[in-house]
Design a protein around this ligand. Structure first.
Ligand SMILES: [Zn+2]
Ligand SMILES: [Zn+2]
Length: 250
């Protein structure tokens, strides 16, 4: 079925030539199809120093090449995703720059130049899109050996040879599935815990305080027990808001 739809997209003049990232799933992963035209999928806000990853980007590594290189001592592996993606799963030994936004990565790199210099830099993300830009940026900054995982974590998990080896936890995805399996070597693990009871848990739910709605880890038992809030502050805010509503309707 996937092949049929992909061949339609490859023939259509509007989508012809685009490299699609395909990950077949059992159920509908997206409730509805939405296509938006964007100047750039991810931006680093480089202003007049901006560049196109079509012209400058890190060397692509196949999953097998990636596995070999990441075990070496002279490499530093950088996760180019967000913290909530990292918390669900990441490569063992990877580094997550403590930034809130992709746009803050350039500053982080400039501040940590000493730690990165002379190393082989490996960058990875979900499907290998962010890294096209991020690895290109690293080259522009003067780093010489910059590599990116072709097809990202998703392709790495599907590769029949590496089968997601050395990936801990699940890979966060931006659709109904939220998390997908990566490590199929029998060494798969859960690296996150329920925020309420501390049990091993990789189940993301949204905070019940409507003005927060932040995703956090919560096990089924805790969710069944009571409305779940990501923090005590959210719980208290919700109680106060209910009390104010009840008073208003008196
Ligand atoms: Zn729990
Ligand atoms: Zn909250």
């Amino acid at each position: 079925m996937t092949d049929k739809y992909m061949s339609i997209l490859q023939r259509d003049q509007r989508t012809k030539g685009i490299e699609f990232k395909v990950d077949p799933a059992e159920d509908h992963a997206f409730p509805k199809l939405s296509i938006k035209l964007r100047e750039e999928v991810v931006t680093m806000d480089l202003g007049e120093n901006d560049f196109s990853p079509a012209e400058i980007t890190g060397q692509h590594l196949s999953p097998t090449e990636w596995r070999t290189l990441m075990e070496r001592d002279d490499t530093v592996m950088i996760d180019a995703r967000n913290q909530y993606e990292w918390e669900l799963g990441h490569f063992k030994g990877a580094l997550l720059p403590p930034v809130q936004n992709f746009r803050e990565l350039p500053d982080w790199v400039r501040c940590h130049r000493a730690q990165l210099e002379g190393k082989k830099i490996l960058t990875y993300c979900t499907g290998g899109i962010r890294c096209e830009k991020f690895s290109g940026f690293l080259i522009r900054e003067g780093f010489e050996e910059v590599f990116q995982l072709a097809g990202g974590i998703v392709s790495y998990g599907r590769d029949p040879d590496v089968r997601g080896e050395r990936f801990a936890g699940k890979c966060y995805v931006f659709d109904e599935r939220i998390g997908i399996e990566v490590n199929r070597t029998g060494d798969a693990s859960i690296i996150s815990r329920c925020s309420h009871c501390g049990t091993s848990c990789d189940r993301y739910v949204n905070c019940s305080w409507s003005r927060c709605n932040r995703q956090y880890f919560c096990c089924e038992t805790c969710e069944d027990d009571a409305p779940c809030y990501c923090s005590r502050i959210c719980g208290e805010a919700a109680v106060l808001s209910f009390a104010a509503q009840a008073k208003g309707s008196d």
